[in-house]
Design a protein around this ligand. Structure first.
Ligand code: AMP
Ligand code: MG
Length: 418
């Protein structure tokens, strides 16, 4: 007689899992004041409201002559030079019937309403200048406040700062910025088969062993997400060791990220260990690769709160993809980022995918020279080459086939790793 089968729970849809994760990641990291110099990649917690207008005054966009346009009709005007205005100086009003020598970035004198570039002028021997063109009123003048108006919210709270933002903040005079503290993340890999590169030479690798690759890209991805990472190495496939490692990591970290051991085999100890020390809120997502993703919490023995727990699948591509579609938004939200979801692009599939999977799939693809997407030859969750070869993933809904030339939803790695 066959044992009665327990009906399988339907897998959690990705969007639902994501919403739950983001709810758990209500902005947590505390605030910190950092030098604007050092704020690249950090998350701004206090909106940058400009205390001044930028540029502060009308200034010249060219090296040339500041003029009254009405005095330069016909392209034949010859006028004396009444003053010289280098950048960083404060000019006098432009005397009627004269021009002012002016340089890029220098304030435009009162009365002048155009700048004529020096290439369109001729300096005569008597020191006067011939204006060889008829200037448009306002030409080559950068207007005060044309970049930033005083009192404007220039950088919203919840913005992840880029080099451009640092420049923008500096242009408003901000030497320091209020940003989110970096989440402290403990990272460990599970698996008795894992060997660290450098500890055993390839030719001496024991049968059944493999190098630990997840640890390398996970650490690098965590750093890119603005985390402070403690690398706790490899934890053996053993219940007690797993419990001890989790309990220890929870003490002084905000988040624990593990890879492997979160499936259903007897050697998968992560799930029961988390349940013993805290709770498991999420397990198994309806995506491929990446089904055995887990989220929960590990309570601190000290009784002071908990560390978030994120269990990634062991298969390298599953680990890589779940990090990008689930962990990345979570870590960004933890730092107070508003827009945490990657932007997708419509793109043309230059491949066929004749058999859609039951799960939502993330196919590794790259651009070809005609701007279409090509599929990596092997979409196995163990083939890490696809992630380095690819430019990103096609987000393919469950049960969907793709015909040559179809429009698909493409998410670039540039978007997922930034
Ligand atoms: P697991 O989720 O522990 O059952 O692992 C699934 C597969 O991923 C197995 O083939 C493991 O050997 C492999 N794997 C697990 N962890 C790693 C790792 N850190 N680096 C490379 N492969 C791994
Ligand atoms: Mg394992």
């Amino acid at each position: 007689m066959q044992a009665p089968q327990t009906p399988r729970k339907p897998l959690k849809p990705l969007d639902e899992a994501l919403q739950e994760l983001l709810a758990h990641a209500r902005h947590q990291a505390g605030a910190q004041l950092v030098d604007t110099f050092d704020a690249d990649g950090r998350v701004l917690l206090q909106a940058a409201v400009s205390p001044l207008q930028v540029p502060p005054q009308d200034n010249s966009a060219m090296d040339g002559y500041a003029v009254r346009a009405a005095e330069c009709v016909g392209g034949t005007a010859v006028l004396p030079v009444s003053q010289r205005i280098p950048a960083g100086t404060s000019p006098e009003a432009l005397a009627a019937g004269s021009v002012a020598r002016i340089f890029t970035g220098a304030p435009v004198p009162a009365g002048a309403d155009a700048v004529v570039m020096q290439e369109d002028c001729e300096l005569l021997e008597d020191g006067r200048v011939r204006i060889k063109v008829e200037p448009r009123g306002g030409q080559w003048i950068r207007r005060a406040g044309e970049d930033i108006t005083q009192g404007a919210t220039v950088i919203e709270a919840g913005t992840r700062l880029t080099p451009a933002h640092l420049g923008l903040a500096a242009s408003m005079g901000f030497a320091r910025l209020q940003v989110a503290r970096k989440p402290r993340v403990a990272l460990f890999s599970t698996g008795d088969e894992l060997v660290m590169p450098g500890t055993v030479a390839p030719q001496d690798m024991p049968a059944g062993s493999i190098y630990n690759s997840n640890r390398f890209f996970l650490r690098a991805l965590l750093l890119r997400m603005g985390c402070e990472v403690t690398d706790l190495g490899i934890v053996p496939d053993d219940r007690e060791a797993t419990i001890a490692a989790l309990a220890d990591a929870a003490m002084d970290h905000d988040v624990i990220v593990t890879s492997g051991g979160v499936s259903v085999g007897e050697e998968d100890h992560i799930k029961p260990a988390v349940q013993e020390l805290g709770q498991l809120d999420l397990w198994q997502i309806n995506i491929k690769p990446g089904k055995p993703f887990a989220y929960g919490r590990v309570n601190r023995e000290s009784g002071t709160g908990f560390a978030h727990f994120i269990g990634l699948p062991g298969n390298p591509v599953s680990s890589f993809v779940t990090f990008q579609v689930l962990v990345r938004p979570f870590l960004l939200r933890l730092q107070g980022v508003q827009h945490v979801l990657p932007r997708a692009i419509e793109a043309r599939a230059d491949f066929v995918w004749p058999k859609g999977d039951k799960r939502r799939e993330f196919l590794r693809v790259r651009y070809n020279e005609s701007g279409g997407l090509e599929l990596f030859r092997n979409q196995s969750s163990g083939v890490l080459t696809s992630t380095a070869w690819g430019d990103g993933v096609v987000d393919n809904p469950a049960g969907t086939t793709i015909a040559m030339g179809d429009s698909v939803r493409f998410i670039p790695f540039a978007e997922l790793m930034a």
